[in-house]
Design a protein around this ligand. Structure first.
Ligand code: CS2
Ligand code: MG
Length: 403
C-alpha cells in the first residue's frame, strides 16, 4: 500500500494557462497529472479540488484501475471534457507514482519500447503559400520528416493555425473571445493550390498533413479530400465535427486521403463507430482529454483491431506533463502512428522541468523514473491565472460557424 497523503491543484500561466495536479504519498513519492482544458481551466480545477481530491486522500496510489473506475462510475454523470480531464490528471499522476516507486521510466511498465522514437510533425504556417512553404523548409532543415501545413486564405483576415509568432502558436489569445470571419468557398479554392505548390517545392518524401479544424459539411469534406488526393497527404484532420460519427462514411466513399479525428473526444464511445467501421485511419484522442493512460489504452487497443493508428493531439494547451505521458504511451503500443509536437515556450518549459527530448524527427521519452516531468511550484506561483478564450468564427454574413 502506498497511501495518498495529499493532493493539490496548481494553476499557472507562464504565457498560457495550465492546470496541474500533484499527488503525494506516505512513501515520499509524488506524481503529476495535467488537467488543462483550454478556455475552461477553472472548471476542471474546481472539479479536482472540490470533488475528487477529498475522495483520493487515504486511497492506495497503486490501485490505478480501481481508482479510475471509482471516479468514472462513481460520478454517476459520465464522460464530458471536464470530468474526463480531471480523471486523466489523477490517472497520469498515479502512473507517474507507480513507475517512480518501481524505479523505471513509465514506458517500461506499459510493456517496454516498441520503437526507437516517436515520429512527430511540426506545425508550419504562414499568411501566404510562399511563407508557409518557407516555414515547412525550416522544419525539414531541423530534421522533421512530417509537417502540417496551415496557410492564410486569400480574402480572409485570419484563420486557424496561422500565427505571427512562427515558433509558438497560441490561439487562446484574448480575455474575451476574439472573432474570425470564415468562408468555406474561399478555403476550398485555396487549399488544394497550397498542396500542389508544396509537393512541387518540397518533393515527395516529406509527410504532409493538414487540419480543417471541424469547419466543413460532409460533402464539402469529401470534395476537399478528393481534391487533395494527388498530393498524397499523411492525413486530413478534423474534416467535419465528429458528433455524428456516420458523417465520415460520406468522406470515405469519395476519397482515399487518410483521415484523422479525435482531439476533442473524451471517451471510447466517441470513437467506437469511427474505428469499428474503419472510417478513419488515425485516432487523435489525447491522454489528457480522453481519461488518462488507462482509458487511452482501451481506445488504442480497440483501434489496433481495426488497423487504426494513434496520432495524439499535442498542441500548446496540453502541458509538458501530457507530452511526457503521450510519449511513454506511444512508444509502448503497437499501433502508434505519429505525435503532434507544438513547441512550448521557454517560460512553460522552465515551469515543467522534463526529460523528453527531440532529435532527428523523433521525440524520446527519456529514461528518468516515472513520467520524467515535474512542476516547479515556486516558479509556477510567479505566473497567476489569466482568463483566456479561444476565438469564435462567423461566416461573412455574420452567422456563427465552428472555429
Ligand atoms: C489543434 C489545436 O493542434 C491542433 O491540432 O486543433 O491547436 C486546437 O485548436 C487547440 O488545442 C484548442 O485548444
Ligand atoms: Mg487539430
Amino acid at each position: 500500500m502506498l497511501k495518498i497523503t495529499d493532493a493539490r491543484v496548481i494553476v499557472t500561466c507562464p504565457g498560457r494557462n495550465f492546470v496541474t495536479l500533484k499527488i503525494e504519498t506516505d512513501a515520499g513519492v509524488s506524481g503529476v497529472g495535467d488537467a488543462t482544458l483550454n478556455g475552461r481551466e477553472l472548471a476542471v480545477a474546481s472539479y479536482l479540488s472540490d470533488h475528487l481530491i477529498p475522495c483520493l486522500l487515504g486511497r492506495d496510489a497503486h490501485r490505478i484501475e480501481d481508482t479510475w473506475q471509482f471516479l468514472y462510475r462513481g460520478a454517476y454523470w459520465r464522460r464530458g471534457p471536464v470530468t474526463m480531464a480531471a480523471i486523466a490528471a489523477v490517472d497520469m499522476a498515479l502512473w507517474d507514482i507507480k513507475a517512480k516507486a518501481a524505479g523505471l521510466p513509465l514506458y517500461q511498465l506499459l510493456g517496454g519500447a516498441c520503437r526507437e522514437g516517436l515520429l512527430v510533425y511540426g506545425h508550419a504556417n504562414g499568411e501566404t503559400t510562399e511563407e508557409t512553404l518557407r516555414e515547412a523548409q525550416r522544419y525539414i532543415e531541423l530534421g522533421y520528416r512530417a509537417v502540417r501545413l496551415q496557410s492564410g486564405v486569400p480574402g480572409l483576415k485570419s484563420t486557424y493555425g496561422v500565427s505571427s509568432d512562427k515558433d509558438f502558436y497560441e490561439p487562446a489569445d484574448a480575455a474575451l473571445p476574439s472573432e474570425n470571419v470564415w468562408s468555406t468557398e474561399k478555403y476550398l479554392r485555396s487549399t488544394p493550390q497550397l498542396f500542389a505548390a508544396a509537393r512541387e517545392k518540397l518533393g515527395g518524401d516529406i509527410h504532409l498533413l493538414h487540419d480543417v479544424h471541424h469547419r466543413l459539411t460532409p460533402i464539402e469534406a469529401a470534395r476537399l479530400a478528393k481534391d487533395l488526393e494527388p498530393y498524397r497527404l499523411f492525413w486530413l484532420e478534423d474534416a467535419v465535427p465528429a458528433e455524428h460519427q456516420a458523417n465520415f462514411r460520406q468522406i470515405r466513399a469519395h476519397s482515399t486521403t487518410p483521415l484523422a479525428v479525435g482531439e476533442v473526444f473524451n471517451s471510447i464511445w466517441d470513437c467506437k463507430q469511427l474505428i469499428e467501421e474503419q472510417l478513419i485511419d488515425y485516432i487523435r484522442a489525447s491522454v489528457l482529454h480522453a481519461g488518462g493512460i488507462t482509458h487511452l489504452r482501451r481506445i488504442a487497443n480497440l483501434a489496433d483491431l481495426y488497423k487504426v493508428r494513434t496520432g495524439c493531439h499535442g498542441a500548446t494547451d496540453l502541458s509538458p506533463v501530457t507530452m511526457a505521458a503521450a510519449l511513454h504511451f506511444g512508444i509502448s503500443i503497437p499501433n502508434f502512428g505519429i505525435q503532434e509536437y507544438m513547441q512550448h515556450t521557454a517560460e512553460t518549459l522552465a515551469v515543467f522541468p522534463h526529460g523528453y527530448h527531440y532529435g532527428d524527427g523523433y521525440l524520446h521519452p527519456g529514461e528518468a523514473p516515472g513520467l520524467g516531468v515535474d512542476i516547479d511550484e515556486a516558479l509556477a506561483a510567479q505566473y497567476p491565472y489569466r482568463r483566456a478564450y479561444l476565438p469564435i468564427n462567423r461566416l461573412e454574413d455574420g452567422s456563427m460557424h465552428d472555429w
